[in-house]
Design a protein around this ligand. Sequence first.
Ligand code: PEP
Ligand code: MG
Length: 560
Amino acid sequence: MVSPESRHGIGVSPGTASGPVVQVAPPVRPPADEPAPADAEAAVAEIRAALESVAVSLEERAATADAHAQQILKATALIARDKGLMKIATAQVGDGLGPAHAISAAVESYAAQFEKLGGYFAERVTDLRDVGARAIAAVLGMPAPGVPVFTTPSVIVAHDLAPADTAVLDPALVVGIVTEGGGRTSHTAILAAQMGIPAVVQVPRASDIATGTLVALDGDSGAVTLDPDEGFLAAQAQKRERRAEAFSHATGPGATRDGHPVALLANIGGVDDADRAGELDLEGVGLFRTEFVFLSASTAPTVEEQTEIYRRVFAPFEGRRVVVRTLDAGADKPLAFADLGEEENPALGRRGLRMSAERPDLLDAQIEALAIAARETTADVRVMAPMVATAEEAAWFARRVHENGLPKAGVMIEVPAAAMRAEHVLGEVEFGSLGTNDLAQYTMAADRMQGELADLLDPWQPAVLDMIAVAGEGANRAGRPLGVCGESAGDPLLALVLVGLGISSLSMAPSKVPAVRVALSMHDLADCQRLAHVARTAREAGEALEAVREAANAEFTQIL
Ligand code: PEP
Ligand code: MG
């Protein structure tokens, strides 16, 4: 008997799933033999109708999406109705191009203008090309690229998913996600985990798996199995049940077996996430990425608008902790109203707190709104700055937070300089939180947006673990609590190592909490310290993971 074909990628959202594949159609190119239009007016009308149909279909999808996805889809629909785009396409038809080529040329010319403008506009180029690809498919009578409409629970397979595609996936119909590109900390990974959909990225030749093929995926191990037989599916279902049963026993505040407390917290990106997370067995929010709320805003939100949003985010967490991060704008998360112009290396540029230093008006408005909303709730509101590199920056930020009557200021430790000098940086604030996504990117000098560099970005890299250990020792000397809110906090084995390195809270996508809670409940603090030593003694990332798996409680690793 031939065993089913298995491919291995990186599991980024936990759980197992199986179902038929729905391939996300790649963009359609204009045909090389498209004739010049016989009737220019008719060709222009065809383009107008295609762009309008794209705008309408995006708006239709927006109508059933959540607030965050709605913003993204509506902003993309606006591009489809842009008069400037239509004007250039009309001129192209005048120059003798057929409708598909005219749309393509107009989009590219517009994209060049957007790129020249830089910042927010440059970042909209992907959306612009997405609109172009949909309009070209429409004039050619072909299926629209992107996620097609489907009604049977399925596994979505794509080279990579655009943020707009990921944001509108229906968790009731999408049982799993598999991509060829992407990485541990890419948009697809973070959103899939947030929605609780098992996902595997970096799967070789994923785009070749035909629509309709039955696949089974394991979002923990990263295995994707094609045409699994009944025996395989039964074993997978059994594993699912075993895990659910094991997870159901551990509830309440996070703690090691011997009672050392480790707060288990949620990462959220807005009001809808807060509502969902608020109902779960969690100690609060460890990271509210406020920039996610304003990704599509073209002007700065007012103090009143922000206050209302923060009130709604705090409401489900009365009596619990909510750590709000001030705008982390720039690099992979550009905001139109916080754009400081084009930069050669945005990830090393004026992002995060550096942007706030140049636009203190934005920071002050945000802190003021947070202070107002915090006064009206019993939630334990804490305010944290992103991309802090020095003790001076930490002191500057803390002063502004305290002056507004908010007693707890904190900083992300995600720049190696801040990790090395954690004692002094954290000495200026009340708490710290390790952003291991960026800490890995900057420690390993590997762009986190570049899926091909996934191995270097692995948080099990001993150099990253050393960096975390140094930060932990600094926090200890400063007498300040240090948590983790990067994706690594949701890896149950790594969570044990982090606790062994002195980490006092773990914040993650809510779907990752049960496994981490169980992992802690089956190990003493001394076990965690021993596992941390085992991991740091390894020579490379894979070896560190295997050594920890080997040394951890076997009863626990069997559930994984
Ligand atoms: C991080 O860098 O680890 C982090 C939590 O923040 P973000 O992913 O939003 O940069
Ligand atoms: Mg970060």
